[in-house]
Design a protein around this ligand. Structure first.
Ligand code: ADE
Length: 358
């Protein structure tokens, strides 16, 4: 049977793009679309909501107005500029991409998906989004939202988060992208996924392309195919609050680890049955502290990261600091425990610790 889509791709794109022009949200990166602003916004929006990104976007692109400025920025500057946006690997990777853009293309953002894909950290989605939104190239940009909308529209029950699923959606979507409005078409699919065709509710009555949609007469919730969720694991973590006058001892997370460059209180996750005392004696001993005496708990918090629910307890610790400090160990002013240079978990416990005047 001929599908409604193959009959009328032009009608579909006109309905979708028309709806987008009349219904789209007024968002900062849409007001003045340049290749660099598109690149930055698409990276920011990958794991962070529009509501969180929108008030932060202009400040970031004012501080880093082009690939040159980001390429030259220090670790501390980029981490502070990204603070609160989460998934910090993205900002290092964006800087790697900016550096390579400066070296290979003189700081001009490449115009095609194929050239963009050569930049480190730029994958199929980001390259497709920049090439289509900023340069009008008729290529697909399939993130989780677009994958869901397209799998409902096309009636293909695949998992868009896998390369195979994305490719099968891409091969059916590309012929539908209008050559003269590729960016608006792709951004309209993003907008439709955010406003109408949502993960847990497909509001088909408000959908501008329901006449072309395979899922609308069946069960839209049947699409896309979902990957089984990994169960989260509960862990305990202990940390040491070692005050030193108006200062406190911290460690800087080494390169290559999650949250590299941020500071946190010395500590680690506990093995089952392990005591806080044993763990903190070990951690502080290996940092060069002596005469370590682990005292009471002074703060507790819950913290959730990808697949772990972490129960954090912070103990007050008296200890003699190492004669020479170096490596990952740092001594910072207590007030900096609530600054952008520490992990979110540290900022959570800082509320209690900063009241401790001893
Ligand atoms: N999410 C990803 N890209 C987006 C865009 N251009 N506008 C709104 N939300 C988005």
């Amino acid at each position: 049977m001929e599908s409604p889509l193959s009959r009328d791709a032009r009608g579909l794109s006109k309905a979708l793009v028309g709806w987008f022009h009349s219904s789209k949200r007024d968002l900062p990166w849409r007001r003045n679309r340049t290749p660099w602003r598109t690149w930055v916004s698409e990276v920011m929006l990958q794991q962070t909501t529009v509501d969180t990104v929108a008030p932060r976007f202009e400040a970031f692109v004012t501080q880093f107005p082009d690939p040159h400025s980001l390429a030259a920025a220090s670790d501390d500057a980029i981490l502070a500029a990204w603070a609160g946006l989460g998934y910090y690997r993205r900002i290092r990777s964006l800087r790697d991409g900016a550096r390579s853009c400066v070296e290979a293309f003189g700081g001009e953002v490449p115009r095609t998906q194929a050239a963009l894909m050569k930049l480190p950290g730029v994958g199929p989605y980001t390259s497709g989004a920049i090439a289509s939104l900023a340069f009008g190239e008729p290529v697909a940009a399939i993130d989780g939202n677009v994958g869901r909308v397209a799998s409902r529209l096309l009636g293909i029950r695949v998992d868009p988060s896998t390369a195979k699923g994305r490719k099968s959606i891409e091969s059916e979507l590309i012929p539908l992208i209008p050559k003269d409005a590729a960016g608006a078409f792709n951004e309209a699919l993003i907008e439709l996924g955010a406003l109408v065709c949502k993960p847990s509710f497909a509001d088909c009555g408000r959908c501008p392309i329901r006449d072309w949609c395979v899922a609308t007469d069946g069960d839209p919730m049947h699409y896309p195919l979902k990957r089984a969720r990994k169960a989260s694991v509960a862990v305990r973590c202990v940390r040491a609050f070692v005050p030193d006058g108006c200062h406190v001892w911290t460690t800087r997370i080494p390169d290559g680890q999650r949250l590299a460059g941020f500071q946190e209180l010395p500590g680690r996750w506990l093995a089952p049955g392990e005591s806080a005392d044993t763990a903190l004696q070990g951690v502080l001993g290996s940092l060069g502290f002596s005469e370590v005496s682990v005292g009471d708990t002074v703060a507790n918090c819950h913290h959730v990261i990808t697949h772990h629910r972490i129960e954090v307890s912070v103990h007050r610790v008296e200890a003699r600091p190492p004669q020479v400090s170096g490596g990952s160990l740092a001594r910072i002013e207590r007030s900096l425990l609530s600054s952008a240079s520490v992990t979110t978990e540290t900022r959570k416990v800082a509320r209690y610790l900063l009241k401790d005047r001893r």
